[in-house]
Design a protein around this ligand. Structure first.
Ligand code: HPA
Ligand code: ZN
Length: 331
């Protein structure tokens, strides 16, 4: 089964590029850029990755991102993730980045996007990996600040396929960002949002009905509303689920309690994603392996999860068909 998981071509739809910053690169960049990190060693830093909830992770994640200064840093960050894609047989990836995490520190929007973009262009050239970039608004900040970021992004419209919403979910509901999502839709951006990760399913309704999003990131709290479950099934709205993340951030106490199999069995369009793999103990394949080892995922389940990720990707119908045929061939 593990060999089977590794062999399948996969798509990743929920990956924060800042969350792929491995401790080794963090230390290397800290040294190069003269940024201090409050840990003595890679081992000590890794040991600090012991989270109690989403906020406890975000505190460390935003602190870590401070080592990213130059365009080359963003290139190196993204390139290391590209190499993980090769290792994990990820042939298409749609990555999130958080512009405000960097522009707040005086880093230019262009520095960030150009570094990411160049690495993704090289990934396609060298490995044939296709990709897209989604920029997320930080929901703990105001809608006004999101609008300021949105204005900056317009110059890079051709490089950014969509907008998303991430960071501290509780008390920052989707309704806080209705106007900026409307503006993004008017400009032709695809729309996604984190919803129903820690907060209850009402956030998923808001994301669907007020923000008009096409995919829900996480969405695991939908299980608590039969009516919402029915709607997600009828409309086949994708849920980009991140199992390791949910365990590490204590959304579920253990893998035995994770509900991905129930969501899948009910007929929802769920996929497996790694979220912040450098912080959550593993990339794509490890997420599948953990599911297989803990909740008895079948081969048919794995195939369905993998196919859902391609079906839900922001790519042409032709490319979808090509990738789905590649999955069938690998099976
Ligand atoms: N949830 C919300 N914000 C985030 C996450 C997450 O899982 N990862 C990075 N930013
Ligand atoms: Zn996420």
């Amino acid at each position: 089964m593990i060999e089977f998981i590794k062999r399948l071509p996969k798509a990743e739809l929920h990956l924060h590029i800042e969350g792929s910053l491995e401790p080794e690169l963090m230390f290397r960049l800290a040294k190069k850029n003269n940024v201090t990190i409050p840990y003595e060693s890679v081992e000590e830093l890794r040991a600090a990755y012991d989270f109690t909830n989403l906020q406890s992770f975000l505190d460390i994640y935003y602190a870590g991102a401070k080592v990213l200064i130059t365009q080359d840093d963003f290139y190196d960050l993204t390139w290391e993730y590209v190499l993980k894609c090769v290792e994990n047989n990820i042939v298409h990836t749609e990555i999130f980045f958080d512009p405000q995490t960097h522009t707040e520190r005086g880093i230019e929007f262009a520095t960030v996007i150009n570094g990411i973009k160049q690495a993704l262009a090289d990934a396609e050239k060298q490995y044939g990996i296709t990709s897209a970039i989604i920029m997320c608004f930080l929901r703990h900040l105001s809608q006004e600040e999101a609008f300021a970021t949105f204005e900056q992004a317009l110059e890079f419209k051709d490089d950014i396929i969509g907008v998303g919403l991430d960071s501290a979910e509780l008390d920052n509901p989707p309704s806080k960002f209705t106007e900026v999502f409307k503006a993004a839709k008017d400009k032709g951006f695809k729309l996604v949002a984190h919803a129903g990760e820690e907060a209850d399913y009402s956030y998923i309704y808001e994301a669907l009905d007020l923000l008009d999003i096409e995919r829900i990131d996480h969405g695991v709290q939908s299980i608590n509303s039969p009516e919402l479950m029915q709607r997600l099934k009828d409309e086949q709205i994708p849920l980009t689920v991140c199992p390791n993340s949910n365990i590490e951030l204590k959304v579920f106490d253990s893998y035995d309690e994770h509900n991905i199999k129930e969501l899948l069995d009910y007929g929802l369009n769920v996929s497996v994603n790694s979220d912040d793999p450098a912080y959550f103990k593993g990339y794509m394949n490890q997420n599948f392996i953990n599911l297989y080892e803990n909740i008895d995922l079948s081969e048919a389940d794995v195939i369905e999860l993998v196919k859902n990720s391609f079906r839900s990707a922001f790519i042409s119908d032709e490319l979808k068909a090509t990738y789905l045929a590649q999955v069938d061939a690998a099976v």
